[in-house]
Design a protein around this ligand. Sequence first.
Ligand code: ADP
Ligand code: MG
Length: 400
Amino acid sequence: MAKRTVSQLDVAGKLVLVRVDFNIPIEQGVEAIASYDQRLRATLPTIRYLKDQGSRVILCSHLGRPGGKVVDSLRLAPVGDRLAKLLGSQVKCLSETIGPRVEDTVGSMQSCEVALLENLRFYAGEEKNDPDFARSLADLADCFVMDAFAVTHRAHASTVGLPGLLPSAMGLLVQREVESLGQALDIKVEAKPLAALMGGAKVSDKILVLENLLTKLDHLIVGGGMSVTFLRAQGYETGASSIEEDRLEFAKEVLSRATKLGVQVHLPVDVVVADRFADDASGVETVLVNQVPPGSLIMDIGPITANLFSESLGQCKTIVWNGPMGVFEMPNFSHGTRTVAGAIANLSGVTSVVGGGSTAEAVEELGLMDRMTHVSTGGGASLEFLEGKDLPGIAALPDA
Ligand code: ADP
Ligand code: MG
C-alpha cells in the first residue's frame, strides 16, 4: 500500500515539523560543510513546497553521536547557515530542540518562515524512541513530514514516534527514494531487461539484497571484493585475497539458482592485482582470472571485464547498482568503478538507480550524480530497502 505523500497532507498555513537528514561530518570543520551540499540540496524540494503552501516550516535532524547530551561541536547552527545560503532565505537556528522557549519561538513564526531545531540526539529520548520526547516534539507542530530517508531504517522518536502523534506524510525526497528504489523490486515487463550491478567489499553484506533481487533479474553482474568469493567458488586461485570461506556455498548456490532462473551471470574475466592493500603497492598488474599470482590481492576488475560489464548494462532498461567494482578510494584501483559508472551515465532511455553509501560517494566523486536517474541518499536504509525489509520510519506513516 502506498504511503501518504506531502501533497495529500493539509499543510497550508500550518506549523509543519519536517524530519531531515543534516547529518554532516562536521568534525571535518565548518568549512567542509559546503562539500556536503548534496545532502542539504536533497531537502530543498520539500522545504520549498511547504513554503509555497504558506506553511511554517520547523526542521529537525540529528548530527553525529552526542550520546544524549549537549556537545557544542555538534550543534546544527553552522549547517542551518549553509542551508539558508542554498535556500536563499533565512533559517532561524534554535539552540534547543524541545521545551517552553522552543514553543514560544515556533509559536511566533510567520507563514513561509523556516526554523531549525537543535540536534535531536542531544536528548537520550530520541534514539530510545521515548514517548515523552516524541510528545514534546509533536507539541511544537500541527503535522509531520518525514523527509530523512537515510534514517528510515531506525526506530527513533523522530522517525517512528512522531507519525503516531501527528497527521503525517512522506516528504518529496522520501517519496522519490521509495519510488525509485521500488522500481527494481516491482519491476514491470516494459522496464526489463533488469540488471543488478553488485560489488563492494563482501558477499556477506549483500546476501539479502542478492536473495531479494535474484528472481527479478535478467543480468547479475558481480565485481568488487565480493566477486573474489564467486571466482573462488568457481575454482579459481585468488592469490592472497581474503575470501569468505563461509560464503562459498552461498555463492555456488546463487550461481546455480541463476542458471535455473535464466539469469545471465557476469563475473570478472580479468582483474587488477597488487602485492599489498595500498595505492602505492608494487606488483600492480592486470591479469586474467586464471593467472592471479600467489600472494597477490585482487583490487579491481580489469579493463576487459569493465568493457564486458558495460556492454551488458547497455542491453538493459533498468539498472540497480550497489557496490564499487574495486578499491575505488585508491586511484590505481578506481578504473573499474570509473568505467562502469561512465558507461551507465552515457546510456539513454535507461533507469539507473544507485544504492549504498560508498557507491553513491563514488558516483558523486566522479561528478555523475545528475547522469543517474536516482542516487539514493540513504546508505544503510537503501540496502535494507533493496533487501525487501520494511523500513520502520516509512511503515509508521499512514497509508494514502
Ligand atoms: P556500499 O556502501 O555502496 O554498499 P560496500 O560498503 O559494500 O558498498 O563496499 C564498499 C567498499 O568495498 C569500498 O570501501 C571498497 O574499497 C571496497 N572494495 C571494493 N572492491 C574491493 C576489493 N577487490 N578488495 C577489497 N575491498 C574492496
Ligand atoms: Mg558501505
